[in-house]
Design a protein around this ligand. Structure first.
Ligand SMILES: [Zn+2]
Length: 299
C-alpha cells in the first residue's frame, strides 16, 4: 500500500500550530477493505483523516489515541485507533450507506450519522487513560472534533476535512487540515487565522488540485515554518494471541455453545478483516484455562 503524508508546522512566531495530512491512499484502502458506499466512505474517510492528525499530536512512542463516534441514524458507529508512529486502524458498523443531501446534492454525512456522541481516549502509557465525551454538533465530523478540542482540551482549533468520492466509488482526494492557536496567542493571531479560514477552499478541492500537504501549509501563512513531514499509513496490529485473548473473554455458556454446535471458531478482525481460525482443540484448551482461573478465584 502506498503511504500518505502528514506535515507539522508553525506560523506567527509559534503562536499558530498547523498540521495537514493527505489520506487518499488510506481511504481508498478502506473503500476496498470494507466495500464502502459513498456516504460511508466520506464518513470513515473524514474520521481517519482527523485521526491521523490526533496521532500527530501525540509525543512519545507507544502513545495512542482512540475515538468512537456513535450516531442515531444509518451509520451507527465509527471507531479508530491512531498511534504516535503514524499508523491508524478503523472500522465502521454500516459500510453500505449512500445518503445524498436533498438540497445540496452532496454526500450527507451529518444526516447519515444523526445525533450522538464523540468519545476520545488517550492512552499515554500511564496508569490512567484520559477519556472525554462530547455531544455531536453538526455530525459532519470536522465540527464535532472542533467541539472536542474546545471543550475537552481548551484549544481553539479550526479543522477542515474532506473526502471527494468519484462516480465509481473510489476516492479522488481526501485529507484534513488543523489550525490551532497556541497558549500566548494574541488578537492578531486570531484575526490572521480567521482570515485564512474565510478564504480557504474545501480541503478535498485543494488536495485534488495539489496533493502536496507541504505546499498547502506553505501557502496558508507567509512565515510557515515546517517542523516535520512523515509517512502515515493504515496498519493493523492484530495477532493470533490477541484474538485468542478476546475469545477467552466470552461467557462460559457461549463458549460451551460454540464447542458443542460449531466445534470451531472463525474470528474476523474488525479492523483489517483478517480471519483467525480456532480448532475444537483450541476451544477446549481455552475452556480449560477459563475453568482453572474460575477455580482459582473460588479458592
Ligand atoms: Zn487486524
Amino acid at each position: 500500500m502506498m503511504k500518505d503524508h502528514l506535515i507539522k508546522a508553525l506560523a506567527h512566531q509559534g503562536n499558530i500550530r498547523l498540521m495537514a495530512v493527505n489520506t487518499k491512499e488510506s481511504v481508498n484502502h478502506l473503500v476496498t477493505l470494507f466495500d464502502l458506499y459513498p456516504t460511508s466512505a466520506a464518513a470513515l474517510g473524514r474520521f481517519i483523516s482527523i485521526g491521523y492528525l490526533m496521532g500527530g499530536l501525540l509525543k512519545a512512542k507507544e502513545e495512542s489515541i482512540s475515538a468512537t463516534l456513535k450516531g442515531s441514524n444509518e451509520i451507527k458507529q465509527l471507531v479508530m485507533v491512531a498511534t504516535s508512529e503514524g499508523t491508524i486502524k478503523a472500522t465502521i458498523s454500516h459500510p453500505h450507506v449512500t445518503m445524498v443531501h436533498p438540497v445540496t446534492g452532496k454526500l450527507d454525512v451529518g444526516g447519515a450519522i444523526g445525533e450522538g456522541t464523540l468519545s476520545v481516549v488517550k492512552n499515554l502509557g500511564l496508569k490512567h487513560n484520559f477519556a472525554s465525551t462530547v455531544d455531536l454538533t453538526t455530525s459532519e465530523i470536522g465540527d464535532d472534533f472542533t467541539t472536542y478540542f474546545a471543550t475537552s482540551e481548551q484549544i481553539p482549533t479550526a479543522i477542515s476535512v474532506g473526502v471527494l468520492v468519484n462516480e465509481d466509488g473510489s476516492v479522488a482526494s481526501a485529507g484534513a487540515l488543523m489550525i490551532q492557536l497556541m497558549p500566548g496567542h494574541d488578537e492578531a493571531d486570531i484575526q490572521m487565522v480567521e482570515h485564512v479560514i474565510e478564504n480557504l477552499k474545501p480541503i478535498s478541492t485543494i488536495l485534488l488540485e495539489e496533493p502536496s500537504v507541504e505546499n498547502l501549509v506553505l501557502a496558508l501563512f507567509e512565515d510557515t515554518q515546517i517542523l516535520e513531514t512523515k509517512d502515515v499509513s493504515y496498519a493493523c496490529d492484530c495477532s493470533y494471541d490477541r484474538m485468542r485473548k478476546g475469545l477467552s473473554l466470552i461467557d462460559m455458556v457461549d463458549l460451551k455453545d460454540i464447542i458443542r454446535e460449531d466445534q470451531e471458531a472463525h474470528i474476523e478482525c474488525q479492523f483489517c478483516r483478517k480471519e483467525y481460525h480456532f480448532s475444537l482443540e483450541d476451544l477446549i484448551e481455552i475452556k480449560k484455562e477459563k475453568e482453572s482461573v474460575h477455580e482459582y478465584r473460588l479458592n
